[in-house]
Design a binder for this molecule. Structure first.
Ligand SMILES: Nc1nc2c([nH]c(=O)n2[C@H]2C[C@H](O)[C@@H](COP(=O)(O)OP(=O)(O)OP(=O)(O)O)O2)c(=O)[nH]1
Length: 254
């Protein structure tokens, strides 16, 4: 089996990175069959064997990072001829072709994903932590999610950096200055956000500290400070639940 690995950092949220990757397809002439797909985290495609062509498997993993989505890809195939000769021949000839095809494909892909990301409204959230290892959670006051609990935050404005939006939203919603510390994770949001394509937006969560101001619920019904063991019991917006293990781990290890 010959395996090649490729890693690309795409300036786009998980959902956009995944959707654009799938709309562009793969740079192989063979027809591909989907073997597995878990939006927006992973997919696997396979090209059926044809005379003179090897069976090719192409696996992609999409991982959220503070700088965008990391796409880890693996392309593997059985050499066309048996034995050492087959491996050497495929390494010498086919490998170069696959690498060149992938490089051209990945350049076009990351440019297309970054362009598409500009059209999708993003949401940022803040897991604000105090010096007693508790996190601030907020109850939404209006709209279809009223009564559910969430992380303070909101929509990133056009041209605004994620962390600037985070600092602005915390000032508007809570009346405090915050210092973002590090990235905790990203989740796809169900439905339509700000009139965009359904399912296209994600929320990216950072943890941080309050550095000034007086905490006031300007837009929420209630604010609460929770310990790690109190997180699960709350009636969260469903999309936020996958972020709770990272928040719990943070509070436990601070
Ligand atoms: N702030 C926040 N929004 C969340 C969370 N989970 C989740 O699904 N959302 C969704 C709800 C909304 O569709 C979207 C955020 O919108 P928002 O209403 O908070 O944004 P905003 O502060 O910019 O509000 P506005 O300008 O429309 O009044 O993200 C969360 O934990 N925090």
């Amino acid at each position: 089996m010959i395996q090649l690995r490729f890693t690309t950092l795409v300036e786009a949220p998980l959902t956009v990175a995944f959707d654009v990757a799938r709309s562009l397809g793969r740079p192989w002439p063979q027809p591909l069959r989907e073997v597995e797909s878990e939006r927006p985290y992973r997919d696997v495609y396979q090209a059926a064997p044809r005379s003179g062509r090897p069976t090719l498997t192409h696996t992609r993993h999409f991982t959220a990072t503070s700088a965008g989505t990391r796409v880890d890809e693996q392309v593997s195939w059985e050499p066309r001829l048996p034995g050492v000769l087959g491996v050497l021949l495929d390494r010498a000839v086919l490998r170069g072709r696959v690498v060149r095809a992938m490089q051209a494909h990945l350049d076009a892909y990351s440019a297309a994903a970054a362009r598409r990301a500009l059209e999708v409204v993003q949401v940022v959230g803040a897991a604000l932590v105090d010096d007693r290892a508790r996190v601030l959670v907020a109850q939404r006051g209006s709209g279809s999610l009223a009564g559910l609990w969430e992380f303070p935050g909101g929509k990133v404005e056009p041209g605004e950096a994620d962390l600037s939006a985070l600092v602005r939203e915390c000032a508007e919603e809570l009346g405090v200055q915050v210092r973002p510390e590090s990235f905790l994770g990203e989740v796809p949001l169900d439905g339509v956000v700000a009139g965009g394509t359904p399912g296209a937006s994600t929320m990216r969560l950072w943890w941080g500290r309050i550095t000034g101001g007086e905490l006031v619920a300007h837009e929420h019904t209630e604010l609460r400070w929770l310990r790690a063991d109190e997180l699960e019991d709350l009636d969260w917006i469903a999309a936020d639940r996958p972020l709770l293990p990272a928040v719990r781990a943070l509070l436990t290890h601070l």
